[in-house]
Write a protein that binds this ligand. Structure first.
Ligand code: SF4
Length: 495
């Protein structure tokens, strides 16, 4: 999904009411013992030679493969049973942008780091997203696994490598992270998006210092008590860092299972996710939980990809029901599994924003509440308009001007002239669609708002970007100041 247009804040948004799940999901009883054994063995054999080299796995540089290489392989391996997919970018005529792989996860392999790099893992010269790889490696640690898992939840591995290495240099221990300020943490995360992850990581580190003396506990049960650690992250840390027999299920695993067993139901379906957890527990190799979990997620991230799976080199092809159905023509493609999430279920919100600048070019921003969507992030003061329908700017202007003036009164700003931008700004999350009507005003003397009763911050766009802003705020700033660097340009500068 092109992040530049569609930021997907999966973890922040309340789940939609569960759509009806086809009976086939409910009715799938699981795999037989021999099928489990076949899948397990094929996965582990494949992983032993196909694993990627990544810094949080303790691998020395070079790390990972370039997106360009993965993409070209995907093009070569497109199978007849999988009609070529048209990307969203090409459909809308947008410049190609990196896809966000929901729940993509990378893992430490404690068993085979000493084997050295596979022949095909050298970095491609066109790998612009991979950071400069200084000749140093990072020792494996449960903390490093934790950070990588959180970063990878919504972001591609090529992007995470740079952020992870800088993060580990900036906050090498849980204690260093716990004692950092919220602004320092936000700044280190700036450009990575989904800022609630950084806040939860910070809170989690403080909890570990306070309750566990700075050492992550080893069991899922205890890990789950740490703020921000859910079943997936707990399972990943316990199995990968501590070799506990804990299953993991992320978006990659749901996709792989739904294809191998041809399960119906969309990837966000609670019933499908529950079934996948059960299958993951059944399939887990208790003797090699680290390698097994990494193999499963690695397969979903690099072979059984969302739009162009590489069935031709998949170790599970023989066991894969979706592949069989596609080969015999029963379904058009393996990508029919899992079913697409119906985006029309997104909740619509219509907002009016007051974008007030002072004479020095600083803008008045506020922080969102500490919980919920985009918790603690900067935004322009806003009010939500009743109803879900996008409306004409003229209509919105007449309806909201009074409410905006009232809201600005809370900041000690009275009678400011507000001018609407010519068109609303649309911003899409996984479960919500925001239509934002922006009204701008210029305050000649900031002293006028000295009676502010809320935590307003006056920041220049550069200062705001430096401290980390959401894609939505970046989009609004860009509409106000077209010459401002885009989020992608800001990200490139940061790298
Ligand atoms: S054969 Fe294709 S669809 Fe099936 S698991 Fe492998 S990559 Fe995925």
């Amino acid at each position: 999904m092109p992040e530049v247009e569609l930021e997907v804040e999966v973890e922040e948004v309340e789940e939609e009411e569960e759509a009806a799940v086809p009976e086939e999901v409910e009715g799938f009883a699981g795999w037989s013992g021999s099928k489990l054994e076949e899948i397990r063995e094929a996965l582990l054999t494949w992983y032993a030679h196909a694993r990627r080299r990544l810094p949080w796995r303790g691998d020395p540089p070079p790390w990972s493969e370039s997106k360009a290489k993965l993409r070209s392989e995907a093009r070569v391996e497109q199978k007849p049973c999988m009609p070529k997919q048209r990307s969203l970018s090409s459909f809308f005529g947008l410049k190609a942008a990196p896809r966000t792989h929901s729940g993509e996860v990378q893992i430490i392999d404690l068993e085979d780091i000493s084997q050295g790099p596979p022949a095909d893992c050298a970095l491609s010269r066109d790998s612009e997203d991979v950071p400069s790889q200084a000749a140093r490696s990072f020792p494996q640690s449960a903390y490093g696994v934790w950070v990588s898992e959180v970063m990878l939840q919504q972001t591609q591995v090529e992007v995470v490598i740079g952020y992870w290495t800088r993060w580990m240099e900036r906050f090498p221990t849980i204690e260093a992270l716990a004692t950092a300020s919220a602004d320092e943490v936000n700044a280190a995360w700036a450009g990575l998006g989904y800022y609630g992850r950084a806040r939860r990581l910070h809170e989690g580190a403080q909890h570990v210092i306070k309750k566990h003396g700075g050492l992550l506990p080893q069991s899922c049960h205890e890990l789950l008590r740490i703020p921000g650690i859910g079943p997936y992250t707990a399972g990943a840390i316990a199995s990968i860092a501590f070799h506990q027999p804990a299953a993991v299920v992320d978006g990659n695993v749901v996709r792989v299972f739904s294809r191998i067993a041809a399960l119906k139901g969309h990837a966000k379906s609670t019933a499908l996710c529950k079934l996948c957890w059960r299958l993951a527990e059944d399939l887990l190799d208790p003797k090699q939980p680290a390698a097994f979990n990494q193999a499963l997620m690695e397969l979903g991230a690099t072979v059984c990809t969302p739009l162009a799976p590489h069935c031709g080199r998949c170790p599970l092809q023989r066991a894969c029901k979706a592949y069989q159905l596609a080969a015999e023509g029963t379904v058009a493609s393996v990508t029919c599994f899992p079913a697409k999430y119906d985006q029309k279920h997104r909740r619509q919100r219509v907002l009016a924003l007051a974008a007030v600048a002072d004479a020095s070019g600083a803008w008045m921003l506020v922080r969102r509440p500490p919980h919920g969507l985009l918790a603690g992030q900067l935004e322009f003061p806003a009010i939500q308009l009743p109803g879900e329908e996008r409306r004409e700017m003229q209509e919105a202007s007449a309806e909201v001007m009074l409410h905006l003036q009232e809201m600005l009164g809370n900041f000690g700003i009275q009678g400011l002239t507000l001018t609407p931008l010519s068109a609303p700004i649309e911003h899409v999350f996984s479960h919500e669609h925001h239509t934002m009507y922006v009204f701008r005003g210029c305050l000649p003397d900031r002293g006028l708002c000295s009676q502010s009763t809320r935590d307003a911050l006056w920041l220049t766009p550069h200062e705001a970007q430096k401290s980390g802003i959401t894609s939505g705020l970046q989009k609004v700033l860009h509409a106000l100041l077209p010459a401002l660097p885009t989020k992608r340009a800001a990200k490139r500068q940061k790298r």
